[in-house]
Design a binder for this molecule. Structure first.
Ligand SMILES: [Zn+2]
Ligand SMILES: [Zn+2]
Length: 328
């Protein structure tokens, strides 16, 4: 029996070493494949440890921002960066969050896809991944099971650690059964690098075209890529994830929710309304997160504009009893 393990002949130490090495190489190859196809299995990776190989593109985007030193700047490149921040922040807050995660309004399949596409260009993965994890966050807010509670695993983990681990790479479709049946959303989720790559290439091409046709603008392909894609996306990224980290730490708590969510006006401004996070945890079932007139909620205003054009409908309002209630 000693010579057999689980019915196969026991390996010599050297054979075992070679086998471990080839296992490791295969696991690393799988991770590289996951950059392009998230359906590739990652079961052989440690579930709760940051997977640095998988995280390389994310780290590379940050490092790439340093290239502003070499590419310089121009009003047109800055304008594109700001515009892309704004439209993608809206897609994330209005659609990834208030629509896909919480279903607080209705829309057509075409508009649903359009904003899923814009959201996907934010490099925050596909809408199904985003919504599945966010629903899990609401169900287990600030408990051990919360994927990103600053109270349990610290600020850095809640801000940029949790989504770099194999456990959180996968999308649990059971949490989003209402949207998992749309093949176009499944595609965006599976090939989540595709839309960001198209945006990056498109921005480079735009910059190169402007350099030739309108040299007075002072831009170039590399400059447009660095400002329009890298800087804009990285800033957007950190702004979004302050809601997981800072908005569960700093701010007021008008509602005595069971989690540690906060209302924070500054975060509400940079995230177009998401900073009213204690409001949101108290009553997630409304398309509006600024419950009082002075709680600025840009996403809510813009959703009303879309509603006026008939692009979205049935936006769930803040019930009167919720607006009137205040625990402290
Ligand atoms: Zn939260
Ligand atoms: Zn939410």
């Amino acid at each position: 029996m000693e010579d057999y393990e689980f019915g196969t002949p026991a390996l010599t130490r050297r054979q075992r070493k070679i086998a471990t090495k080839s296992d490791r190489t295969r696991a690393q190859w799988n991770v590289l494949c996951q950059w392009f196809d998230t359906d590739v299995s990652a079961e052989d990776r440690e579930p709760d440890r940051i997977d640095w190989l998988r995280a390389l593109p994310f780290l590379g985007m940050h490092a790439g921002c340093l290239a502003v030193i070499w590419v310089g700047t121009s009003p047109v490149a800055l304008g594109v960066a700001i515009a892309l921040y704004a439209i993608r922040m809206f897609a994330i807050t209005a659609f990834y969050h208030r629509y896909f995660s919480h279903r607080t309004f209705r829309t057509s399949r075409a508009v649903q896809f359009l904003f899923a596409l814009i959201g996907a260009s934010s490099v925050q993965r596909g809408p199904l991944w985003w919504a599945a994890h966010h629903r899990h966050h609401h169900r287990h807010s600030d408990t051990e099971a919360d994927p990103h509670s600053p109270g349990h695993r610290g600020f850095l983990w809640s801000h940029i650690g949790w989504f770099l681990t194999p456990r959180n790479f996968r999308t649990d479709l059971a949490r989003v059964p209402d949207f998992a049946g749309f093949p176009e959303l499944r595609w965006l989720d599976r090939y989540d690098i595709a839309v960001p790559a198209v945006l990056a290439v498109g921005l480079f091409a735009l910059g190169a075209l402007l350099e030739r046709t309108a040299p007075a603008l002072g831009t170039s392909g590399a400059q447009m890529l660095v400002w329009g894609f890298l800087v804009s996306t990285v800033v957007l990224f950190h702004a979004t994830f302050t809601i997981n980290s800072l908005a569960h730490r700093f701010g007021s708590r008008p509602y005595a929710t069971r989690d540690d969510s906060r209302n924070n006006a500054l975060l509400a401004l940079i995230t177009f309304g998401e900073g009213w996070h204690n409001n949101h945890h108290f009553f997630p079932g409304t398309a509006r997160q600024g419950f009082r007139w002075w709680e600025i909620d840009l996403t809510w205003y813009l959703l009303n504009v879309l509603a006026a054009f008939g692009l979205v409908r049935d936006m769930k309002p803040v019930p009167a009893w919720v607006a009137a209630k205040k625990d402290r």
